[in-house]
Ligand binder design. Structure first.
Ligand code: ADP
Ligand code: MG
Length: 339
């Protein structure tokens, strides 16, 4: 009797899903990225019970064709890339074709979607990767995903979810990052029937910062706009006297994608060295635009980390951008911000 066997599709799907989806916030991240990739300008997120029982993402993007719906939920099915070379110049947030397959493997999903050119929309529902319904329906242009009972079929994962408030805070953090990454999109987060984050989507970074972090924070920032060796660094960084007690407010967006980057984090800390008090940390909302062929975004299933072809250049670009800005605009002069 052989001991080694190929796992069933059901089990292998659950294992693969675990890499992408580990809590409600990861579902929201994937759905929001899809909405942005679909060209949406208005996106509403609603969650109940920390997202455990109910999550909804509604967009006014391009919608999904009825025939494409079953395919969209298959693993490695995507409309965003088609060949190997496309991996070298990714401009969309998604491209791995894994999110919908992962979400429907561990939750109950309903989609209502309609393209502008179609007279009817489609309601498609899928549960544990098994199709339940596919029928015509009336609905506005765009797409609504409703995801219920995450991990209903994976008790081990369900057990590891934190309290509803904590899961909801993770969702709110995530919506904050995506809101800042796309100031041209109007976002709304509704948490247990209460609107929590609302942004104008007027394309101004300042208004997005103001909407998510508030007036005091927005007014404590200095504008950054600097180009170094083809790398454009822009956004806002904190006035040294308003530095924060932790690193929670350090945001870096590479080609409009929120990323965790050691190169950027160390560059900003270095730029502030000797400028802020011990125990205080820089806050920033910095956008770093680089040629797409100089980064590899295919490093991590959730794409939170990227690899730069020249890490040192990125470090320098961020360092000089911030350092110059701090030297130019010595406190306590009142700093003029675009409003
Ligand atoms: P990826 O984003 O990596 O392509 P996903 O599994 O997230 O993979 O989505 C699969 C496909 O479904 C996408 O490539 C896209 O064509 C389609 N899709 C998903 N969400 C939306 C949406 N909100 N609006 C339009 N199309 C969507
Ligand atoms: Mg996606």
């Amino acid at each position: 009797m052989s001991e080694i066997r190929v796992l069933s599709k059901e089990v292998s799907e659950l294992i693969a899903a675990g890499e992408v989806i580990d809590r409600p916030a990861s579902v929201i991240k994937e759905l929001l990225e899809n909405a942005i990739d679909a060209g949406a300008t208005v996106i509403t997120v609603e969650i109940k019970n920390g997202g455990r029982t109910y999550m909804r993402v509604t967009d006014n993007g391009k919608g999904i064709a009825p025939d494409d719906l079953p395919t969209a939920f298959l693993r490695h099915a995507t409309s965003k890339i088609s060949q190997k070379d496309d991996l070298d110049s990714i401009m969309t947030l998604g491209f791995r074709g894994e999110a919908l397959a992962s979400i429907c493997a561990v939750a109950k999903v309903d989609v209502m979607t309609k393209r502008r050119e179609d007279s009817y929309g489609t309601h498609y529902s899928i549960e544990g990767a098994v199709e339940k319904t596919s029928e015509q329906c009336g609905c506005p242009d765009g797409t609504t995903f409703v995801v219920r009972d995450i991990f209903y079929n994976v008790p081990a994962r369900l057990k590891f979810l934190k309290k509803d408030t904590s899961e909801a805070n993770h969702v709110a953090d995530l919506v904050t990052k995506l809101t800042l990454s796309h100031p041209d999109v109007s976002f709304k987060l509704i948490r247990d029937n209460k609107a929590e984050i609302i942004t104008a989507g007027d394309g101004k970074i300042y208004s997005a910062v103001y909407s998510v972090y508030g007036r005091e924070f927005a007014n404590s920032m200095i504008e950054v706009d600097y180009t170094w060796q083809g790398i454009h660094v822009y956004g806002y960084t904190v006035k040294p006297l308003s530095a924060k007690p932790n690193r929670k407010f350090q945001n870096f967006f590479v080609n409009s994608r929120f990323v965790k980057s050691k190169a950027c984090a160390s560059a900003i800390e270095e730029a502030y060295r000797n400028n802020i008090m011990v125990g205080k940390f820089p806050a920033c909302v910095l956008y770093i635009d680089v040629p797409p062929n100089t980064i590899d975004v295919n490093v991590h299933p959730t794409k939170i980390e990227v690899r730069f072809s020249d890490e040192r250049l990125i470090h320098e670009a961020v360092y000089f951008a911030v350092k110059n800005c701090l030297m130019e605009k010595d406190e306590p002069n009142e700093l003029k911000l675009e409003n």
